[in-house]
Design a protein around this ligand. Structure first.
Ligand code: PLP
Length: 478
């Protein structure tokens, strides 16, 4: 393909994407295909001769779209949002066009330097303490990871490094393997599955501690767990607190957990994957009170801040533990400026890294802080609108306080009613919501996700839910 063809193909693809997004409301949010559907639609082997791009682009509708779950549909209310915006998409295109691998400063100085600057823009925007910023005098700084899951694992490995070093001083007779075998991590039973996975991958038992009646991890619970492990000769190493849990968007009590972690010299990581974007609005910032106690902090602009996946922002108060833990040097990786700029390969698991900060730069400049704040506030407002509709119908109950863009509810009565409601909604495919459990009860989670969701879509979803509930309660639930 030459540049002329690329221009034509690229422009047609941009038109296709714009048409797709602008008309998403008209597509069923969930696909109707069965496993294996795609194998019937494409040849068994790669084509011998080059094909025409027009034919390949046409196959997007024939082959791909029937099997797409439309995450950006205004009727997608499952999980949490995954970001999508035109500035984010163009940022992705430009990043792909440059196609550099910026694992060290010299392998593409702009890639490192824009990331350093964007992480400071973002850190200042949510008013993170100065010591987390790249522009601070100390060893703190920010980096873009691919996912919150990676941030949690990276935090765990840095915590391990710090604890081993500390304990080696206290117990010079213990070797590293002995110390590592005693380390323990903690999070809540509401934390995301990726937290438990980080424990598995990092070979550190992750205790999932019980939460209070608002699904929050409390200080006393952590304190008791730490004490009990210490009595067994174990060494508490890592705590992951969640701001905005996946199930009900609950906020762990950071101001209680933080002082305990600091006193016990336990690394505190904060996972604000979804809700963290809201802290660009001053009125939500009280929910991050206690962040000053944290050693590392993460939120995903790729969830709720309109930066297309992947872009997980992570800050550390002291990046040196990470650099020490992850440093593997080879002569071909060295360069003469390595003391003057971060080599981000030491801050992450892979060696290669994409130019992800371009997306962040595009979104921050083209929306501006005000545009992004408006987006968050609008979605929180839409969740409130849905809550009001539910409250007006006595057959439903709201099970937890509506938090950010998430409403958790159920049909009053036995769980079977709510389960049936969910089954019906899934079968009809007009809206997509997922189920969860809360205090052993079956509940439904309604999240405002797409940037294109409007009041009419909330009304549409409500009519769909209310109508199906009515059928079930009338006994027409065959
Ligand atoms: N943490 C929380 C609280 C989440 O809600 C999620 C995903 O929804 C994650 C972590 C995982 O995020 P990622 O897919 O970026 O690893």
């Amino acid at each position: 393909m030459d540049a002329t063809e690329f221009r034509n193909f690229g422009k047609a693809a941009v038109d296709y994407i714009a048409d797709y997004l602008e008309n998403l409301r008209d597509r069923p949010v969930l696909p109707s295909v069965e496993p294996g559907y795609l194998q019937e639609l494409i040849p068994k082997v790669a084509p011998q001769e080059p094909e025409k791009w027009q034919d390949v682009l046409a196959d997007m509708e024939r082959v791909i779209m029937p099997g797409v779950t439309h995450w950006h549909s205004p009727h997608f209310h499952a999980y949490y949002p995954t970001a999508n915006s035109y500035p984010g998409i163009v940022g992705e295109m430009l990043s792909a066009g440059i196609g550099c691998i910026g694992f060290s400063w010299i392998t593409s100085p702009a890639c490192t330097e824009l990331e350093v600057a964007m992480m400071d823009w973002l850190g200042k925007l949510i008013q993170l303490p100065q010591e987390f910023l790249n522009c601070s005098d100390g060893p703190g700084g920010g980096v873009i990871q691919g996912s919150a899951s990676e941030s949690t694992l990276v935090g765990l490995l840095a915590a391990k490094q710090r604890t081993v070093r500390r304990v080696q001083v206290l117990h010079p007779e213990w070797d590293e393997a002995t110390i590592k075998g005693k380390l323990v991590a903690y999070s809540s039973d509401q934390s995301n599955s990726s937290i438990e996975k980080a424990g598995l991958l990092g070979s550190m038992p992750m205790r999932l501690l019980p939460t209070d009646d608002k699904c929050r991890l409390r200080g006393t619970t952590l304190e008791q767990a730490i004490k009990s492990d210490q009595e067994k000769g174990l060494i508490p190493c890592y705590v992951v607190a969640t701001l905005g849990t996946t199930g009900t968007c609950a906020f762990d009590c950071l101001e209680e957990l933080g002082p305990i972690c600091n006193k016990e010299d336990v690394w505190l990581h904060v996972d604000a994957a979804y809700a963290g974007s809201a802290f660009i609005c001053p009125e939500f910032r009280h929910l991050m009170a206690g962040v000053n106690y944290a050693d590392s902090y993460t939120f995903n602009p790729h969830k709720w801040m309109l930066v297309n996946f992947d872009c997980s922002a992570m800050w550390l108060k002291d990046s040196q533990y990470l650099v020490d833990a992850f440093s593997v040097d080879r002569i071909y990786l060295k360069h003469r400026h390595q003391d003057r700029a971060p080599d981000y390969r030491h801050w992450q698991i892979p060696l290669g890294r994409r130019f992800r900060s371009i997306k962040l730069w595009m979104v921050l400049r083209l929306y501006g802080v005000e545009g992004l704040q408006q987006h968050i506030r609008r979605q929180v407002g839409l969740a409130k609108e849905f809550e009001t509709l539910l409250r007006g119908d006595s057959r439903f109950e709201i099970v937890t306080e509506t938090s950010m863009g998430l409403v958790c509810f159920r049909l009053k009565g036995p769980d079977t009613l709510t389960k049936k409601l969910h089954d019906r909604l899934m079968a009809r495919k007009n809206i997509y919501i997922i189920a969860a459990t809360f205090k052993d009860k079956h509940i439904l989670r309604f999240a405002v996700c797409s940037r294109m969701t409007e009041s009419r879509d909330i009304q549409f979803a409500w009519e769909e839910i209310r109508g199906q509930a009515e059928q079930i309660l009338l006994g027409n639930d065959a």
